[in-house]
Structure formats: C-alpha cells, structure tokens
Design a binder for this molecule. Structure first.
Ligand code: PRP
Ligand code: ZN
Ligand code: MG
Length: 226
C-alpha cells in the first residue's frame, strides 16, 4: 500500500453522472490520455497522471488500499466509508481535498406522499431502506430514534411500494425518482457534490509534486468557473 510511485493515479466514475464532468475537469487541468473511454485504464500523456475508470462506490476502497492516489467521488460515498471505518475503529484513509461544484445532490429521508409528516419521531419503529446504512444509523442514533435499516445497493425508491420498507434514505437530485415512486423528501442528512478525495497524509515521493501541480491547476480552473 505504501509503494513508491512516480506516477499519479486518479480514479473516476466509468459511467454515470460524475463520469463526464470528472473527465472534463481533468482535461481542463491540461491532462490527456492515450486510451479511449471504453478502456478501464488511461495512460497519462502530457503529465504522468493516469486514470482508472471504476464504479463510484469502489473509489473509497481503492484509495484505502493505495491502488489509487486520488479519486473524484460524491461526498456521500466518501462520508459513508468514513462512517464505516469510524464505526469499526479504523483510521480515516481518505480526505476531501476540494469540493468540485458539480454532481450536487442531497441525502434525504423520504416518506410516502400520503403521510402527514410530523417530524423525525414518526420514524420510530419504521423500516428505512438505504444504500447509506452507516450515515443513516449515525443520524438515527443522534436523534435517539430506534428504527430498522434495510440495506439495498440500488432501486431503493421502490422498496416502500414493494412492502420492503416504510421509508427511504437515498440521494435526491432533481427529485424525479422520488416523485415517480410517490415519495416526498422530508429531511436532509447530507448535502453532497463531487469532491476530490486524496490521502490524509502528503506523499513523500514524486507524487507530491505532481499532486501540487494538479491542485494548483484545478484551483485555477475552479476560479474561472465561478
Ligand atoms: C441516484 C440516486 C437516486 C437518483 C436520484 O441514482 O440513487 O436513485 O439518482 O436522482 P433524481 O432525484 O434526479 O431522480 P443513480 O441514477 O445516480 O444511480 P446509482 O444509485 O446506481 O448510483
Ligand atoms: Zn453509484
Ligand atoms: Mg439510484
């Protein structure tokens, strides 16, 4: 995990909402790659910065294992991993280095549209479906609410209609998925966007200078966008 390397490796989402804007940001930073987007590994040309195209949910694990040096991932995914490690008494392995201004969404609790929402106490004894069990459990504990967390890695929003859960805790962007499933958002647990995730401690090899260059360029690009 602590191998000395002279190239920087960045993991981004292969397909999905963060994929294209992540690549566009890195291109605006002056990076380019030899391989096309259907390859999973792209070799950096102008700078020794390589790309790995992966599932967003795998990015925190790749950082933890030292397989990748940086990642562009939703704050929600990073926060879930951090909560999971904290829960297990493991040290944090990835830090949010920059907020990137795209991929904005909220981690919300949503309930059936026909509920007369009174407040969090209404969730007591409920089954809540989520792909973010740690963040949800931590929030429930903070509110002192005893509820059952039903872990689902996808299609969380149909769980209430299937009788699998009473409420959900999932990401909301436009709100279309909730509306299509007759659910309404009632609480926000986390405001999220794409972030640059990286090591908690600075590199001590050639990657340190590469990372400085990249961060300086990224800050320049971000300033121009605002
Ligand atoms: C996300 C999220 C919701 C949906 C919300 O899923 O899990 O299901 O988008 O977006 P909306 O409010 O605009 O309808 P996504 O399609 O990104 O796929 P994933 O859950 O498999 O990562
Ligand atoms: Zn995902
Ligand atoms: Mg989804």
């Amino acid at each position: 995990a602590n191998a000395v390397r002279d190239r920087l490796r960045i993991a981004i989402q292969k397909s999905g909402r963060l994929g294209d804007p992540s690549r566009a940001l890195l291109t605006a930073c002056g990076l380019d790659w030899r391989e096309s987007r259907d390859r999973l590994f792209c070799y950096g040309e102008t700078l020794p910065v390589d790309l790995l195209l992966v599932r967003d949910d795998d990015i925190p694990g790749l950082l933890a294992d030292g397989v990748c040096d940086l990642g562009i991932v939703g704050r929600n995914v990073l926060a879930e991993q951090a909560a999971e490690r904290a829960q297990a008494g493991a040290p944090a392995v990835a830090a949010e280095l920059r907020a990137l201004g795209f991929g904005g969404c909220r981690l919300d609790i949503a309930v059936p549209e026909d509920w007369d929402w009174q407040g969090p106490e209404q969730l007591r004894g409920c089954r809540i479906a989520s792909s973010y069990p740690q963040l949800l459990r931590r929030w429930l504990a903070g509110e002192g609410i005893d509820a059952e967390v039903v872990m689902l890695s996808g299609s969380v929003e149909i769980a209430p209609r299937l009788g699998q859960a009473d409420a959900v805790c999932d990401l909301v962007s436009s709100g279309a998925t909730l509306a299509a499933n007759q659910l309404k958002p009632v609480l926000t647990l986390l405001r999220s966007e794409a972030v640059l995730a990286g090591p908690v401690r600075p590199f001590t090899d050639a990657r340190a200078a590469l990372m400085q260059t990249l961060l300086r360029r990224m800050d320049g690009v971000m300033r121009l966008r605002h």
